[in-house]
Design a protein around this ligand. Structure first.
Ligand SMILES: [Fe+2]
Ligand SMILES: [Fe+2]
Length: 316
């Protein structure tokens, strides 16, 4: 068995396939076309508009998965999301229908063979389960991630909710494969049966890896984005109150500022506005807190800028 290694930008793209043919699937889901000759991974990615670090992250993960937080960095969440969407289309629109066609071709599904009919029924139930799983992800998880990428954070959903319920979808396929191997009576067309079994083995492995990519690459990247957006939202919130409070001066507080900048004492202000001195002092304290301005000179500037007084009335 070949020793697994981590690929880099300078490796030849063709050597990835020679080492591990399942990487063909990864290339196709990144939209990489074959016919790349001796060009390197970086050259092929650049010429085909593929985000190279993300391609290498997924290829290396599939080649030798490291199920450890923080093992993978520098990949792009939009590129990974695109890859996962293409993988869903591959399973739902191509791979599972193709296995079903081969099953029908291989086993007698006319109704005469009860075991064959039950195998097909088992497969159809399984395919429906995978469809539900992937459509849920397309509709809820991927849409949620797209919203996050647009800078919109949700109060009602987070990636931990998805991760805690996310399960493997290959288990039933393993069961189907075992049922065929152990219980389906051998017929004369064993080659066809073997071919469909090979497809099921590959699909089982491919689905298991797909779920692992979601758990070990998608979830940590989304979680990091959530934390970043939450931090930004907290910072914005801390900056906002001062602006809001500055605009929230009451009419009485504006009258008091006008008196202060005209040079009136607290007593004169209280008499002029028919208030107690105690109330005037409380108002002045609130004004200082709201505007973060504590000196008469500062209040004068504020009053002029906000047209609270006629400049002719100001005691300079
Ligand atoms: Fe998925
Ligand atoms: Fe999944």
């Amino acid at each position: 068995m070949n020793e697994r290694r981590r690929y880099s930008e300078t490796d030849r793209m063709s050597s990835l396939i020679s080492d591990n043919y399942s990487l063909l699937m990864v290339m196709s889901r990144f939209g990489i076309s074959l016919g790349f000759g001796d060009r390197t991974v970086a050259e092929v990615c650049e010429s085909q508009g593929v985000h190279c670090p993300t391609f290498l992250t997924v290829a290396n993960f599939i080649n030798e998965p490291i199920h450890k937080a923080g093992s993978y960095k520098n990949y792009s969440l939009p590129a990974l999301l695109d890859y996962l969407k293409r993988a869903h289309s591959y399973f739902l629109d191509f791979n599972l229908p193709s296995i079903r066609r081969k099953l029908i071709e291989t086993i007698d599904c006319s109704g005469a063979d009860e075991v064959a009919t039950l195998i097909l029924k088992f497969f159809d139930e399984y395919a429906r389960e995978v469809r539900r799983h992937m459509e849920y992800e397309n509709r809820n998880v991927f849409t949620y991630v797209e919203e996050l990428l647009a800078g919109n954070i949700s109060n009602t959903y987070d990636i931990d909710t998805f991760a805690s319920k996310h399960n493997q979808v290959n288990t039933k396929l393993t069961e189907l494969k075992n049922i065929i191997v152990k219980y389906y009576p051998g017929k004369e067309n064993n080659n066809l049966l073997n071919a469909v079994l090979f497809d099921i083995y590959n699909c089982e492995q491919d689905l298991a890896t797909h779920c692992d990519v979601e758990d070990y690459l998608l979830v940590p990247a989304v979680s990091a984005l959530e934390q970043q957006l939450q931090k930004e939202a907290r910072n914005t919130k801390q900056e906002q109150p001062q602006e809001v409070e500055q605009e929230a001066l009451s009419a009485r507080e504006k009258e008091i500022i006008a008196c202060v900048v005209k040079g009136m004492t607290n007593k004169q202000t209280a008499d002029s506005l028919c208030l107690s001195i105690h109330t005037v002092i409380t108002h002045r304290r609130n004004i200082a807190r709201k505007l973060q301005i504590h000196s008469p000179a500062g209040l004068t500037i504020y009053a002029i800028v906000n047209k609270l007084v006629d400049i002719a009335d100001i005691k300079l």
